[in-house]
Unconditional design. Structure first.
Length: 122
C-alpha cells in the first residue's frame, strides 16, 4: 500500500514535469485548467490511497490488549514450567535414592558372592 502511494506521488511529479508549460514571469497561465485537472486527479488518488492505509492501520489489532493476553499466557506458562521443574527435581532425587540403594545391594551381592566362592574353595 505504501508502495502504491509512493508510486502515485512519483507519477504525479513526473506528469507535472512533462505537461507543465513554461511559466511566464508576468503571472500569465497558459495551460492552468488542464494542470489543475491533473493535479486534482492525482490529489484524489493520493488521498484515496492514504485513506486506505489509515483504514488498514485502524484494522490492525491493538498492541495493548494482545500484550496483556501475551503476558498472562507467559506468566501461566512460566508457572507451569516451574511446577514441572519441581516435579522433575523430585523424580531425579527419588531416582538417585533408588540408584544408591541398587548400588548398595550390588555391593552386598558381590561381597556375599565372594564369601561363598571362598567357602567353596576351602
Amino acid at each position: 500500500m505504501a508502495d502504491l502511494l509512493t508510486h502515485q506521488m512519483c507519477n504525479s511529479i513526473g506528469v507535472l514535469q512533462q505537461v507543465a508549460p513554461p511559466c511566464g514571469l508576468d503571472g500569465t497561465d497558459v495551460m492552468g485548467l488542464e494542470q489543475e485537472e491533473n493535479a486534482r486527479n492525482f490529489a484524489k488518488l493520493i488521498a484515496k490511497i492514504a485513506k486506505d492505509i489509515d483504514t488498514l492501520i485502524d484494522s490492525l489489532p491493538n498492541d495493548d490488549s494482545s500484550s496483556n493476553v501475551d503476558n498472562e499466557e507467559f506468566t501461566r506458562l512460566e508457572e507451569s514450567n516451574q511446577k514441572a521443574a519441581r516435579e522433575f527435581e523430585a523424580v531425579v532425587e527419588k531416582g538417585q535414592i533408588l540408584l544408591d540403594r541398587i548400588q548398595d545391594a550390588l555391593a552386598d551381592i558381590s561381597k556375599v558372592s565372594y564369601a561363598v566362592s571362598q567357602i567353596h574353595t576351602i
